[in-house]
Every structure is written in structure tokens, then in C-alpha cells.
Design a protein around this ligand. Structure first.
Ligand code: SF4
Length: 208
């Protein structure tokens, strides 16, 4: 195991035994996240649900099946992306995570981002979107990639919202289809840019 793999394994262990917020008392299993350590894409959802809490894995219920279908439609697979959530333990009755729970859990997400260092972060739903776009509305900014240093943040609706509304499902499908071209653009830009791109604040990419 190399140093990064050890760091990620250590992080996962800390999450599984974490006592830092009240969700520790009601969870069955914490859900750190899963995927390859060198994933170019990280998806960040909201919180584990019933099935995720039982299995200790992210997006394994109906939303997960829809997410896998969306990835396939864009020529991607679940095995090539890293999937995690803003909070790693299930809020009782699937309520929204509370601000203090999000704040307590944020350092784990910070560390996952630092270790995996994805080119694209896809935020799924408003809680993960709020980390990068505070005060914005998902219905206005979904599908619009923004630079964040040398990374790109791509906000999307949560797959669960697509299961509740055919209209939202169509928007999610449309947005996911933009991801491969975005990834190609970032790969090309990395290949021709010797130094990291300086952070000049959010900016529109050429493709969108
Ligand atoms: S939600 Fe996060 S901070 Fe709260 S107990 Fe779980 S791992 Fe710890």
C-alpha cells in the first residue's frame, strides 16, 4: 500500500468509528465512500439513506441504480468514479443533514478531496452544491461547470429528485451527457499546461 492508499484507509477507518456528531448514535454503518484512489471524477451526494446505512456503501438503493444508469449513458462506469456524501452517516428518517452535522463532517470530505484530487467534482443536490455555490439555486446553475483552482465543479440535481420528477430526470440526463467532453477538455488542458492553472475565481469553460 502506498502513502496515499494508507491515508485513505486511515480516513475510512476514522469515519467508520467517528463520534463527532449526533448521527453517530443512530447510524448502523458509517459510509465513507468508495471508488478508485486516482478517480478523475468525484461525485458528492447528500447523506446515506436506508440501504446505504445497512450496507456501509454509498448510492446502493434506487438512487444508486439511477446514478449508474446516468454514468453508463455518458460512457462512464461506477467503477471509475469516486462516490461519497457530504455527511457520512444517515440522518434519521432521511431528514436533511443539520448544519452542525455538515460542519462536523466537512474535514473528512476535505481530506478525501486532497487525497483523490479529482479533476471534476460533481455535486449531487443542494447540500453538496452549497459547499461551492453558497446561496445559489440548483435549478439555475445545474449543468454549468465552474473553475475552482485547477479543478472543475459541476453541479447537478440529486438522482433522488429525478426519481420523483420526470422533468428533473430529463435535466439530469442532459447534464450528465456534458461530463465526457468536459473531462476531455480538462485532460487536454492538463497535457498542454506545464504549471497548475492559477485560481482566478469561477469562470466558464470554453465548451459550455
Ligand atoms: S456524520 Fe460525519 S461527523 Fe457525524 S458521526 Fe458520521 S462521520 Fe462523524
Amino acid at each position: 500500500m502506498n502513502e496515499r492508499e494508507q491515508e485513505l484507509a486511515q480516513l475510512n477507518e476514522e469515519v467508520r468509528t467517528c463520534p463527532l456528531c449526533p448521527l453517530a448514535k443512530t447510524r448502523t454503518n458509517a459510509v465513507p465512500g468508495e471508488g478508485p484512489i486516482d478517480a478523475e471524477i468525484m461525485l458528492i451526494g447528500e447523506a446515506p439513506g436506508f440501504h446505504e446505512d445497512k450496507q456501509g456503501r454509498p448510492f446502493v438503493g434506487q438512487s444508486g441504480r439511477f446514478l449508474e444508469e446516468l454514468l453508463r449513458s455518458a460512457g462512464l462506469s461506477r467503477e471509475q468514479v469516486y462516490i461519497t456524501n457530504v455527511v457520512k452517516c444517515r440522518p434519521p428518517e432521511n431528514r436533511d443533514p443539520a448544519p452542525r452535522e455538515i460542519a462536523a463532517c466537512a474535514p473528512y470530505l476535505d481530506r478525501q478531496l486532497a487525497i483523490i484530487d479529482p479533476k471534476i467534482v460533481i455535486t449531487l443536490g443542494r447540500h453538496s452544491m452549497a459547499r461551492y455555490f453558497p446561496g445559489q439555486s440548483i435549478s439555475k446553475i445545474h449543468g454549468k461547470p465552474k473553475r475552482d483552482g485547477d479543478r472543475v465543479i459541476f453541479p447537478m440535481f440529486h438522482p433522488a429528485a429525478g426519481l420523483r420528477s420526470a422533468e428533473v430526470a430529463a435535466l439530469i440526463r442532459e447534464d450528465m451527457l456534458k461530463v465526457p467532453a468536459l473531462l476531455e477538455e480538462l485532460r487536454a488542458s492538463a497535457a498542454t499546461t506545464p504549471e497548475p492553472v492559477p485560481d482566478e475565481g469561477p469562470q466558464q469553460l470554453s465548451l459550455f
